[in-house]
Design a protein around this ligand. Structure first.
Ligand code: NAD
Length: 321
């Protein structure tokens, strides 16, 4: 039986990745600084460790016999635009510490395969009608925020260890992942979850406020598709960073409309000033497609699942209060 370590297993994507690896027949150890907030872990073993500390990286990677076959590094101090625009120092310091110590310790301990979760935040801002950027276009670099700069640095750390040690490094640049069992309130939530929450909490016939002007162009990737992509990439021979996201490009206004439609409510939308991020995104998916992967879940379908889950959460909080 193959053994996998999932760092960040108490988080949104890490939690779903643990389930995927269990379905694939792995023995899984999860590690995180906190337990999962929304679902009991399906990992065979779950350790609470702060991965900024090198000795904790070693503890996470230590098994009674042998080494892990695969290590998935998804632990990060992160959130939506509201969070990363104010927590620059935390994002740079905490994530660099985690990524340097995990890549170094995994390589030193003889891990054969190491996955790093990067982001399309490594790319510069784009014009709405620009042709797709390929992975190589991240350099020369001009990320829009410090979260993107740290991801770019951490990619280079992982690749450098891949050159010096016999570890096969795989890197995916995720594009806006959403779905059930992710952060939906508290300030770290991302746009799809925040909009689902606002719509769920609004009275029928009411009004919701959304940051920006609705014209920003994005791709939103359903979490089941994303974890399938992570797994496909990890089993492959594809070296270097790989864009991982759906092909459905929409405006923020389209996203808001999709959520409102899923709710069945009649709501007005008021756009208000707030952290907006870049104007447009458009990335080539040729590399991940070369492995036979493509997103299967449409935005409409994925948002329907996500909206129902977040609506349930808002009702549960209401019942407790
Ligand atoms: P998340 O916040 O739900 O999960 C990250 C997990 O890392 C959290 O559970 C957190 O507690 C844990 N963590 C933070 N600091 C830690 C520490 N010092 N030690 C141990 N664990 C620690 O975020 P997510 O959406 O599941 O993202 C997973 C990974 O994917 C992250 O690296 C993130 O940067 C990347 N990513 C996510 C998206 C997205 O749209 N969600 C997009 C691009 C990249």
């Amino acid at each position: 039986m193959k053994r996998a370590l999932v760092c960040g297993a108490g988080g949104f994507i890490g939690g779903h990745l643990v389930k995927k690896l269990k379905r694939e027949g792995y023995w899984v150890r999860g590690v995180d600084i906190k337990p999962h907030e929304f679902a009991p872990t399906q990992a065979d073993e779950f350790l609470l460790l702060d991965l900024r500390e090198p000795e904790n990286c070693k503890a996470a990677l230590t098994l009674g016999n042998g080494t892990f076959d695969e290590v998935y590094q998804l632990a990060a101090d992160m959130g939506g635009m509201g969070f990363i625009s104010v927590a620059e120092c935390e994002v740079l310091r905490n994530n660099a510490l985690i990524n340097v110590h995990m890549a170094h310790t995994a390589a030193e301990m003889g891990v054969p395969r190491y996955f790093f979760s990067s982001s399309v935040c490594v790319y510069r801002d784009m014009e709405p009608d620009e042709p797709p950027l390929t992975e190589d276009d991240a350099i020369p670099a001009e990320p829009d925020n410090e979260y993107g700069w740290e991801k770019l640095y951490a990619e280079r750390v992982a690749m450098a260890y891949g050159r010096r040690y016999p570890v096969k490094v795989r890197i995916a640049r995720f594009e806006n992942c959403y779905g059930p069992e992710g952060t939906w309130n508290g300030g770290r939530e991302k746009a799809p979850a925040a909009i689902c929450r606002k719509v769920a909490q609004a009275e029928d016939g009411g009004i919701i406020e959304v940051w920006g002007d609705g014209t920003a162009i994005r791709v939103f990737t359903y979490v089941d598709d994303l974890v399938d992509g992570i797994y496909t990439l990890m089993q492959s021979d594809l070296e270097g960073p790989v864009n991982l996201g759906s092909d459905e490009r929409v405006t923020v206004a389209d996203l808001v409309r999709t959520v409102i439609d899923a709710s069945g409510k009649r709501l007005k939308v008021k756009y208000v000033p707030g952290p907006m991020g870049v104007h447009a995104r458009n990335f080539s998916k040729a590399r991940i497609r070369s492995l036979g992967w493509e997103a299967k879940v449409s935005l409409k379908e994925g948002i329907a699942h996500t909206y129902r889950w977040i609506e349930e959460q808002t009702k549960a909080v209401h019942r407790v209060v």
